[in-house]
Design a binder for this molecule. Structure first.
Ligand code: SF4
Length: 473
């Protein structure tokens, strides 16, 4: 049976953002404050929990908890983390388990083991996490909650007992872990960034003043007044030293598979990922939609925020004027999630409202980044019609979702996806639009060709770069 999700639930959910920074000796900078600021820039990647681990003279120290970055870290909390020579931080979206466990599922995690101490955080999801956990437990390993972060730390610690360094342990561990993981790891001496052999989630390295760091997105370095030096390559482990990065390859040859949805929706438009500007990618998607458009319209309206770049691309290519027809309330917090069913229309209007003077009596091209269950699209069409729009033609800057994601993006079960088992006309009818157009998969492939490495489009095509549960014999 198809349920009716709340407004916020009818969007894809990203899992995490990571950042790490190491200070050269004598550097006059507070590592914890810098990471705190970086997490602000990455807040869009996760709003459920945040954490920072620092390396202080007495050892590794961790603070984390549920909430937005400023809710977790007060001035006093940050002062307790000051004086560090390195720090790593994390923002999290709830994916594994329920929200109740977020305080414990928050990252980084701190591990004390026979060969030393380590703090770790990551973005992604292991496809074989359950199997690795079972194998570890069979050998006597104990888990507190069984999160992927815990599983990864167990594998790294196990390999550390066979190797001399944390980076060698990570390189070994990568041969056991299948799936998506962009890792930032800190031990008593080093800061290390690692990206899975397919490169599902973004990870880049850069500089802030004299300090080297690693981030999920380039916008974090921009916010700190720093700059990106390069992306971490799929399968690469980078040790960030005061003299610069040392690069190692795990030696696994794999198909590049950056999540296409990072470019379509998750990442900030001012980020550059694997050599591609997120804003330009979205504009090009909008231009592709416009080249195939057959509908006559008066204005182009983008759904804030992730539909705006594609809407501008559509307007540029089509010559139809771009207008701000929807206003977003930027002050609705993540706590505003579950309105009473009778109040759902109010919830939508609180979050987004139509600008009636702009949309009244207009034939509108409405551009959004995706349709998941279709409820958001339906409410947006209704909103514009209620405000006097004459026609609403929905253009979606992604292909239709048809398959599950196993790599850290929450997608509802296939039978809940609007496009699963329905024709385009049926989806259009369901959401009440005058017409509906998705970005064809071949256009997505053409735009994504400019990426440094390949991309994943499995939720659209069913072509997974690694074996996934349903494909196993
Ligand atoms: S399946 Fe879709 S959402 Fe998941 S990693 Fe691939 S492109 Fe991204």
């Amino acid at each position: 049976m198809r349920g009716t999700p709340a407004f916020e639930e009818d969007k894809l959910h990203e899992e995490c953002g990571v950042f790490g920074l190491t200070l050269p000796e004598g550097e006059n900078r507070d590592a914890a404050y810098t990471v705190y600021n970086a997490l602000f820039a990455l807040q869009h990647r996760g709003q459920v929990a945040a954490g920072i681990a620092v390396r202080r003279p007495e050892g590794l120290v961790l603070r984390k908890g549920p909430g937005l970055v400023p809710e977790v870290f007060s001035k006093q909390t940050l002062q307790k983390l000051s004086g560090a020579s390195a720090a790593i931080g994390h923002v999290r979206y709830s994916y594994e388990g329920s929200d109740d466990g977020n305080e414990f599922r928050a990252q980084p995690i701190l591990v004390h083991h026979a060969a030393g101490n380590m703090a770790l955080c990551y973005n992604g999801r292991l496809v074989n996490g359950a199997q690795l956990r079972m194998e570890t437990e069979t050998r006597g390993g104990i888990f507190q909650i069984g999160s992927d972060a815990e599983i990864i730390s167990h594998i790294i610690v196990r390999e550390h007992l066979r190797t001399n360094t944390t980076e060698d342990a990570i390189l070994n561990a990568m041969h056991y872990m299948i799936g998506a993981y962009s890792l930032v790891v800190m031990d008593e001496h080093k800061l290390i960034a690692a990206r899975d052999p397919n490169g599902y989630r973004p990870l880049c390295i850069g500089k802030v003043g004299n300090c080297w760091g690693a981030a999920s997105e380039s916008c974090a370095f921009d916010a700190l007044g720093g700059h990106v030096v390069r992306d971490v390559a799929p399968g690469e482990v980078v040790v960030l030293t005061p003299d610069g990065p040392e690069s190692y390859s795990c030696g696994i040859r794999a198909k590049g598979a950056l999540c296409a949805f990072e470019l379509i929706y998750f990442a900030r438009p001012d980020s550059v990922i694997d050599g591609v500007s997120v804003d330009l990618f979205r504009r090009e998607a909008g231009m592709c939609l416009a080249r195939r458009n057959t509908v006559k319209a008066d204005i182009v309206v983008g759904v804030p925020d992730s539909g705006l770049s594609a809407a501008q691309g559509f307007a540029t290519q089509s010559g139809i004027p771009y207008e701000m027809g929807l206003m977003k309330n930027r002050y609705i917090s993540r706590t505003f999630l579950n309105p009473h069913p009778n109040e759902r229309r109010t919830a939508v209007r609180l979050k987004l409202n139509a600008i009636a003077s702009t949309v009244r009596d207009k034939r509108i091209i409405l551009v959004d980044d995706s349709i998941v269950q279709g409820t958001t699209a339906k409410r947006l069409v209704r909103l514009l019609r209620d405000a006097g729009a004459k026609e609403v033609h929905l253009k979606v800057s992604a292909p239709p979702f048809l398959n599950p994601c196993y790599f850290g993006t929450y997608l509802p079960d296939s039978d809940k996806l609007a496009a699963f088992g329905r024709t385009g006309e049926e989806v259009c009818h369901m959401i009440g639009a005058d017409s509906l157009q998705f970005l064809p998969v071949e256009d997505l492939k053409t735009i994504a060709d400019t990426l440094n490495w390949g991309h994943c489009d499995a939720c659209f095509t069913g072509n997974y770069a690694v074996p996934v549960p349903r494909q196993k014999g």
